[in-house]
Ligand binder design. Structure first.
Ligand SMILES: [Zn+2]
Length: 76
């Protein structure tokens, strides 16, 4: 029973999702197994949910900026 509790503690003390994985998750560009892992962590971690929202916002801003840029103008 003691060993089991110790294992549980290790499980709940897992590391936060790293920046790269958060960004890829926001882009929906993670492999399925990793995506599920990240989604599970996000559902239980307000800290990472906040960081994830920031990543989403950042991507949203970038996409808007890319849309405003005329691609042909860059080629000339
Ligand atoms: Zn976290």
């Amino acid at each position: 029973m003691k060993a089991r509790n110790k294992d549980m503690r290790i499980f709940t003390k897992q590391r936060h999702v790293d920046e790269g994985a958060l960004g890829l998750h926001a882009l929906n560009d993670l492999p399925k197994s990793r995506r599920e892992q990240v989604a599970r962590h996000l559902s239980g971690c307000t800290h990472c949910r906040g960081r994830y929202r920031e990543a989403e916002e950042f991507i949203h801003v970038l996409r808007a900026a890319v849309k405003r840029t005329e691609p042909r103008a860059l080629l000339n």
